[in-house]
Design a protein around this ligand. Sequence first.
Ligand code: AMP
Length: 547
Amino acid sequence: MFGSMQNVPLLVNGILDYANINHNEREIVSRLVNGTIHRETYGQAHLRARKLAQALQALGCGKGDVIATLAWNTHRHLESWYGIAGIGAIYHTLNPRLFAEQLSYIINHADDKFIILDTTFLPLMEGIADEIKNVKGFIVLADAGEMPDTSLQNVYCYEDLLDAQSGDFNWVDVDENAPCGMCYTSGTTGNPKGVCYTHRSNVLHTLVANSADVFALRSIDNVMPVVPMFHANAWGLVFAAPAAGSKIVNPGPNMDGASIYQLLTEEKVSFTAAVPTVWLMLLQYLEANKGKLPDLERVSIGGSAVPRVMLEKFERDYDVSVNHLWGMTELSPMGTIAQFKSGMEEMSFDQQMDIKVKQGRAPYLVEMKITDDDGKELPRDGKAFGHLVVKGPFIVGEYIKGDGGEILDEQGFFDTGDVATIDEMGFMQITDRAKDVIKSGGEWISSIEIENIAVGHEGVAEAAVIGVVHPKWDERPLLIIIKNDGADVSKEDMLKYLEGKIAKWWMPDDVVFVDEIPHTATGKIQKLILRQQFADYTLPNTKQAAE
Ligand code: AMP
């Protein structure tokens, strides 16, 4: 007996088709690299994506080719993803914040055939042109009048390419398991590794992202993806927003507080998503300018842990609901989201913040558990912490070209490299990256938890905690702090502030004040560099401890 349902493949281009038919007049608003605001409809984006598909075919691209994008969030970048996927090719997002050597490594490793890029990134490409000889040409996201001089060879103007096509085009037929998109991990150690999403995995991720306990996007929402399309598949929003028929508001290159605030208010954004650093800039701007957020209902924050002060400010001072999200490039990227369960909406504000500060619970299609070093599952009691492993149809099964070897365990779970607790209600909390966790006397100390509490001190702009070698305990925590401008904070003030907020044996052995903390291309603290910087650091009292 066979099932009697239609076997329609799950393809991402069907999402733009849907938006074209059902939400044709809904807008995509973009701040361009030249600063102007551009507006078009889903209907226009649909036509232009098909024109790009024709243009790419005319340039000799087809099924299975990898076409890179190096661009800010704009309508043209969105059209590019759909145009590329629509000929059965693979969009590959390049992160401009990577070092030049990493970029050329990635471009060669992925075998990129063409690179579609914003004018801002031409110098970056010119700098590595000699290293990326297999790239056949560059498509500049500009109109003819804006085309800058460049030493690059085989350069095409995006708008000219589109103007030469009719748009009378049917998306190329592909299997739903065909490759569709590609993204490399930020790679704090060793070379970046590539993850390749399929049409099916992207569509399933879209359905889950739009479910009521996740982003819950609706056609009446105005959605601003501040999270760049060049990081972690744009958290799936390039697919989720058109699938819901939401208006999209693209911030382009301007992520400062004033520019984000302008779009949030003028475009009446109801849902937005980004990493904590962006929201720190916005909150500072709001405070300095007595700004209000009357239209914003929900903000999803992830990529790094949300500090409790940030969470409380959004919720209490601006009446915006925060959904803490945890994800990874390898997960398309969503893994968990902190949404209430029944009964939690009745809790006190403080209890609710205790829940929302956690990274959240797994949606349908994400299986997760924590394990000890031998792979044995640990209890869901909110206390035991272990390796966070995940399984599901939009979670990586292997890296591109088999890099890293076999990455799934016998049951098919992927080790995220994060260390976490899971509580009785299923809420996961990240305590560290496995390589950053501080091992003191055989027990683990969470650097992230101490950092999050430390940034709550009014004199602290940023905090990092690393393990420093200790003769008796193996490692002890060192708290590294950047002070706020003009703040007068001492080591004693910091230790007093932490007292009672963390276990006694978690108390940092020392506090140092610095001007700078190194970050990765995706805004995460580079603990490896910090550990190198403080490799010879001697903690106070280490001599007595050794005796
Ligand atoms: P990426 O693939 O660059 O997005 O990096 C994924 C990693 O970022 C995860 O494995 C976590 O270590 C970290 N991460 C993402 N979201 C969060 C979060 N909400 N809290 C703490 N760490 C996070």
